[in-house]
Design a protein around this ligand. Structure first.
Ligand code: 13P
Length: 336
């Protein structure tokens, strides 16, 4: 394991004022996004959207790394430059999603699969230019779940994935997402998040994962999306930081949040408030998919004449999140 390389990459990904753009939607998820803007799920549209983002002027001011999907890491700009080169030329590190969907665990719960053949795939992705990877476990809250069994099985897979990545010189992003779907309370999400992260860090340590060479991608502590009582932004920020401090190893290189279906502005505000609290032992920044892309995608709507406008919209979100990662954001910045 090349610890120096891992540490260097992980640290670069959470450099001050920077975060990660999650552009690793599978072709079927990208199909849903394209449907929302009235466009067909064709490779030309998937390529065009990714090219628009990766070539947005000075996006590297705010973005340290981009998570790609298997199709995307092999694609090029229309002018013929590999996307991985487009990114690297801007000092942006290409990353790759390596999990492969869900299988049943128990009682309607799921485990993320993708360990089979992972070493071979990682070696190929490293050759294609990936410096980091992502694996997402999905944790559902219901009246009785998550079960400890489901948490432990997912944690074990995340740890094995992280170990294999590090062996290959690839920084693992460990993503246990506690889903917002459902009517569970804020307190329930807090408990489930604590239980999830405790299980994840136990498994990571048991597998000997190098903490300084990994990043954690957690969800925030938020009440279920259909829960009638929602916490305030300050409560979300405080509870999230509290849970992280209780469960997360102080040595990891950083925490890069997912947005998980929060509105764009909520995702930015919550991150900002966490950074305003301060005193976390790790950089707290973003690895947003929807909260970075949604507004730009809508502005683009699949039309060539909207490319410049869409890039401006994307850059605005990226800039707001960059400021939030330093605790320097204000909602008034949205009215420009
Ligand atoms: P969202 O920010 O849209 O939740 O996506 C982040 C991600 O990479 C999910 O795996």
């Amino acid at each position: 394991m090349d610890k120096e390389l891992l540490k260097q990459t992980a640290t670069a990904l959470v450099a001050s004022g920077k975060g990660i753009l999650a552009a690793d939607e599978s072709n079927s998820t990208m199909g849903k996004r394209l449907k929302d803007i009235g466009k067909p799920n064709e490779e030309s549209y998937r390529q065009a959207w990714r090219e628009l983002m990766f070539t947005a002027p000075n996006i590297s001011d705010y973005i340290s790394g981009v998570i790609l999907y298997d199709e995307t890491i092999r694609q090029s700009t229309l002018a013929g430059e590999k996307f991985t080169d487009t990114l690297k030329n801007q000092n942006i590190i290409p990353g790759i999603k390596v999990d492969e969907g869900l299988v049943d665990c128990c009682d309607g719960e799921n485990i993320t699969k993708g360990l089979e053949g992972l070493e071979t795939r990682l070696a190929e992705y490293a050759k294609l230019g990936a410096g980091f990877a992502k694996w997402r476990a999905l944790i559902h809250i219901t009246d009785t779940n998550p079960s400890q069994k489901c948490l432990d099985e997912n944690a074990k897979s995340l740890a094995e994935y992280a170990y294999l990545c590090q062996k290959e010189g690839i920084v693992p992003i460990v993503e246990p997402e506690v889903l917002m779907d459902g009517n569970h309370t804020f307190e329930r999400c807090k408990d489930a998040t604590k239980q999830t992260l405790t299980s994840v860090f136990k498994a990571l340590k048991e597998r000997g994962v190098y903490m300084k060479g990994m990043l954690l991608k957690p969800s925030m502590v938020i009440a279920g999306s259909t829960c009638p009582i929602q916490a305030t932004a300050n409560q979300v920020a405080e509870a999230t930081v509290e849970v992280l401090k209780e469960t997360v190893d102080v040595d990891i290189a950083g925490v890069v949040f997912l947005s998980g279906g929060q509105s764009d502005e909520d995702a930015t505000l919550h991150l900002d408030l966490m950074n305003k609290i301060g005193k976390a032992p790790w950089p707290l920044t973003y690895s947003y998919g929807r909260a970075l892309q949604a507004a730009g995608l809508k502005a683009w709507s699949g039309e060539k004449e909207n490319v410049t406008k869409a890039q401006e919209v994307l850059l605005h979100r990226a800039k707001c999140n960059s400021l939030a990662s330093k605790g320097e954001y204000s909602p008034s910045m949205e009215n420009v």
